[in-house]
Each structure stands twice: as C-alpha cells, then as structure tokens.
Design a binder for this molecule. Sequence first.
Ligand SMILES: [Cu+2]
Length: 158
Amino acid sequence: MIHVNVYEKWWIGLTTLMLVVFGTAVGVSAFMGGIQVPIPEARIDPRTVAADPKFKDGSLQMLAPGKYVAYVRAQASPWKFFPEKIEVPLNSTVTFYVTSGDVQHGFRIDGTNINVMILPGQVSKMTAKFDKAGEFPFVCHEYCGVGHQNMFGKVIVK
Ligand SMILES: [Cu+2]
C-alpha cells in the first residue's frame, strides 16, 4: 500500500468534488437549461452570399404555424444585418441560419440563449422559442470594423 500524505488526500478529495460539481453544472445547463452549441450547418461561398436569394436581404419562412426559419446575413461596410427586423407571432419557434459575406461578426439575441460567432463561409444554426411578447434586440458582439456599433436589429414577437 502506498502511503499518501493526509494533505494530499484532502486535495484529491477536493479536486474530485470540484469535477463532480462542474460536471453537474455542465449537465444541468445543457439538458435542463437548454444551452445549445451553435451547429455549423453548411458551407457557403462568402463571395456570392450577398446574391443568394435566402441571404441577400435575409428572409423569414413559415414552415408550419408557429414554426419559422430565419436567414440572417451580417455585413460590414455598410455595417448591418439583413434583415434588421424579424416579426413572428407569440409562441413561435424560430430556427436561425446566420452567415457573413465578409468578416467575422457576432449574433446575440437578448432574452434567448442565442449567442454565436458568425464566420464568413459558414452557415450556423440555432433555434429559439419566443414565448413572451415584446421586442428582442440582437447585436453584433464581435468587433468587425469602424461601423460595428451600428450592427443591431430586433425580433418582434406579437
Ligand atoms: Cu459585425
């Protein structure tokens, strides 16, 4: 039997306990808190995305009552989101597909768990359910150039 110092035993116990606590926190937030990792859904040519019918001005499609798909394009110079306003009825589930045609941007919608980095050439996918009426502002949270502060929009839930 190896002799383990009493302090070492305490540290082994403490670090094991911390692993259990952190593992539980990750598990609870993932499965009960609805935390989702943005999925890189597809690749798209960033040179032609501004001409893509879904991403050119952005778009919102209704798949079924209460079920929507939103295509969002972030652009630098002029700095803005396409579309800047997304309007859906109360209790809608919206799946967002976001991409960029130029530089790296960010996309975070207040009051939801949507928070993703937008990468040129990659289409990222996230889903949120809007079960409260109101306005949910979204912003670019990755510094993307001199007009970065102008990149915002909102989801309007009626
Ligand atoms: Cu941006």
